[in-house]
Write a protein that binds this ligand. Structure first.
Ligand code: FE2
Length: 286
């Protein structure tokens, strides 16, 4: 079994220090096998914001956590046009991680992070052909019993979490990416970007999606919320590749506490959802 904390959209520069400390306290107690951060470490890619993000990651590492981090669109400068186009992720590479497409593998899981942040399409993400080739290649070498997990900032699939629940934008090169996800046997596709939690079988979104379960994280510490959904992160347990538990851990005003708990079982070629405990939809606490 693997126990994974999936955090996202940290946004140093526009986040709440109490929530940042709350992540450290919660993780210190839960001791996950892996902490994933799916992008937007900063609000505007400024040096001070990257320094604060880097210090937070260093504290998590010092506490013994293993980390896998990918950049988000906010980690590329927006207003500094020269930097945005000439060296968009230079600060990210300096302060966070030189590796933009990180890899983690243990006895239970194989996790690939892919950078979807681009200079030209500031808000929308994209995968290029090299990354799609990397996706196929890395997972092809993984033993069959390990759960294959893909991490991006922008979701690969369009899903009903846009404003007013309309369909969100899918990542650029969507068709090729989805085909590779299907063929590579990706079981869990983790992303953030929309500051809204969501989980659904990829088959509900595209016809040929293989056996992927799509799991979106809300923002963990940003003060900018969507639909008044409170800050949160995902607590994921995998038991093999056919049995995945997801619990949303929600900010309650003073700390993070466990909320909705759902189990997904892969049966008859699709994911079946079982509610383990249904918590009333939480609202943001000011
Ligand atoms: Fe964000």
């Amino acid at each position: 079994m693997a126990r994974i904390a999936h955090l996202s959209d940290i946004h140093f520069g526009a986040n709440d220090p109490a929530m940042v400390a709350g992540t450290e306290a919660w993780l210190a107690e839960a001791r996950p096998d892996l902490v994933i951060v799916s992008g937007d470490l900063t609000q505007r890619a400024r040096v001070a914001q990257f320094r604060a993000a880097s210090a937070w990651l260093a504290r998590l590492r010092d506490a013994g956590h293993r980390l896998l981090v990918v950049p988000g669109n906010h980690d590329i400068p927006l207003y500094d046009v020269a930097r945005r186009f000439l060296s968009p992720l230079k600060r990210y590479r300096r302060y966070i991680d030189d590796q933009l497409c990180p890899w983690f593998e243990d006895d239970d899981v194989a996790v690939l992070g892919l950078n979807t942040a681009r200079s030209l399409t500031f808000k929308d993400g994209r995968l290029n052909s090299d990354q799609i080739a990397m996706l196929r290649d890395r997972f092809a070498r993984v033993p069959a019993h390990k759960t294959r997990i893909l991490v991006t900032h922008h979701p690969l699939f369009a899903m009903p979490i846009g404003k007013g629940n309309e369909l969100s934008e899918a990542v650029g090169s969507h068709d090729a990416a989805v085909e590779a996800v299907c063929e590579a046997g990706v079981r869990i596709a983790l992303a953030g970007h929309f500051h809204r939690t969501y989980a659904e079988s990829a088959r509900k979104m595209v016809e040929k999606a293989g056996g992927a379960l799509v799991i979106q994280a809300g923002t963990t510490t940003s003060t900018r919320l969507r639909n008044d959904e409170p800050q949160s992160f995902n607590w994921i347990h995998t038991t093999g590749s056919d049995d995945i538990e997801l619990q949303v851990v929600v900010w309650n005003g003073t700390g993070f506490e466990r909320g909705n708990h759902v189990r997904y079982c892969f049966t008859d070629q699709d994911w079946v959802r079982h509610e383990l405990n249904q918590v009333p939809k939480p609202r943001a606490v000011a």
